[in-house]
Design a binder for this molecule. Structure first.
Ligand code: GLY
Length: 402
């Protein structure tokens, strides 16, 4: 080859390689900066807890006051779960020790049968604990929790009942057997329980619930209803409503994210392409939604009144980013990774990421619990932080694979 051609080839290689190299170093700087931040911020959070001499479980800040939750509260697994992601992200054994301590404080949760959230609670705490320690005793916790969750399975409708209807605000809605889209997040516990016990009944319940969710909880455009009330007489859908969204017809942002995430998990656990397609279509429905903001952080409801002045919900963005990184890994599609990266850049910007020592030492600002209930509005939430950490870990893995 002539010298001139060799020089040309060299030039082309440099031109094409430089942007890739600079993208790689941008990504690793992003990960380093955020790992440093999360370890520092949660270091402050856990110092306060450790100095108290108690095992406290922070959920949010209300009117400047820290809200700690009991093991029975639906979010109790997320803070212990965050310890496990901090351990994975930093390699520092201190987080593993705290992970064990805060996780084991939830032991009694495995007997909880009064609501469906036992899947969230045990999955994010013990689920990660077993993944990272291999401690065989934790398997029994997963199996017992799955047994508790299975008591809520209603064969006539083929679903797991989410909420009881004999107390609280749920008692005045006229429901018989309400199922919320969030329930998709509890299925991972059942798949794990079958793996650990060899008992396929958990797996079958999970598959039935996922199939019924496809049948009833999705609209033709693949957005989701928040609540489906099933008949316990014949299993039919009695009504389709909302509880935490703006209106029955609207798209509650976190519910949609739970749906996307839940179906990615179902695909991972079953290999059934139908679930993968459901996750992708549910994501496409919001990716192309006229009210999806450019920074990828959804309004609390895609049909909220007052858009563009409506509140955003960082939690729904973090859940979606974590799901999209898994989709990117499964599908090997840059499309999902680019979306997730865009969300993560927004969440890690000063608009959403707290300053060190502020925001009650939580990581993210601006999440919404339930606007219709006037509860936890525009606050930090432990589950927004948990899924941000999970997304960061998944991003790190994807970058390393490259
Ligand atoms: N039920 C869980 C949530 O508020 O998203």
């Amino acid at each position: 080859m002539q010298k001139k051609n060799l020089f040309l080839l060299f030039l082309i290689a440099i031109i094409f390689k430089l942007p890739v190299q600079s993208q790689n170093s941008e990504n690793s700087a992003f990960i380093q900066d955020n790992v440093k931040f999360v370890a520092e911020q949660y270091g402050l959070q856990t110092n306060i807890i450790e100095e108290s001499g108690k095992v406290l479980n922070p959920k949010t800040i209300i009117n400047g006051k820290m809200k700690y939750v009991s093991p029975e509260e639906w979010t109790s697994g997320f803070f212990p779960g965050s310890m496990w992601y901090l351990y994975e992200l930093t390699g520092n054994k201190k987080w593993k020790e705290l992970g064990i301590k805060y996780t084991e404080a939830l032991d009694s949760v495995k007997y909880l049968t009064s609501h469906h959230d036992v899947g969230f609670m045990i999955g994010s705490s013990y689920g990660n604990a077993i993944r990272l320690t291999g401690n065989e005793e934790y398997k029994d916790v997963i199996i017992q929790a799955a047994k508790s969750l299975s008591t809520r399975y209603k064969p006539v409708a083929g679903i797991i009942q989410s909420w009881n209807v004999d107390r609280g605000w749920q008692a005045v809605r006229g429901w018989e057997c309400p199922v919320i889209i969030d329930n998709m997040m509890n299925l991972e516990l059942l798949f794990n329980a079958t793996r650990f016990s060899g008992d396929s009944s958990f797996y079958k319940i999970a598959v039935s619930h996922a199939d019924k969710t496809i049948e009833h909880q999705f609209r033709p455009d693949f957005t989701t209803w928040h609540v489906i009330d099933y008949s316990l007489i014949d299993g039919s859908a009695r009504s389709k409503q909302t509880a935490q969204g703006f209106a029955n017809h609207s798209v509650w942002a976190r519910g949609q994210s739970w749906g996307i995430y839940g179906f990615v998990v179902c695909y991972r656990e079953t290999g059934n392409k139908r679930y993968l397609e459901q996750a992708e279509k549910a994501f496409d429905a919001v990716a192309k939604h006229i009210n999806m903001p450019e920074d990828g952080i959804p309004y609390w409801d895609y049909d909220a009144p007052n858009i563009p002045h409506a509140l955003r919900d960082a939690s729904s963005a973090a859940i979606m980013a974590a799901a999209l990184y898994e989709l990117a890994a499964i599908e090997n599609k840059d499309y999902y990774k680019q979306w997730a990266d865009n969300i993560m850049v927004s969440l890690a910007s000063p608009a959403y990421r707290a300053a060190i020592g502020e925001n009650g030492n939580f990581l993210l600002k601006h999440s919404v619990g339930s606007i219709p209930h006037g509860s936890e509005v525009d606050v930090p939430l432990n589950y927004a932080d948990y899924y941000f950490l999970e997304a960061l870990k998944r991003k790190k893995d994807l970058e390393n694979e490259k």
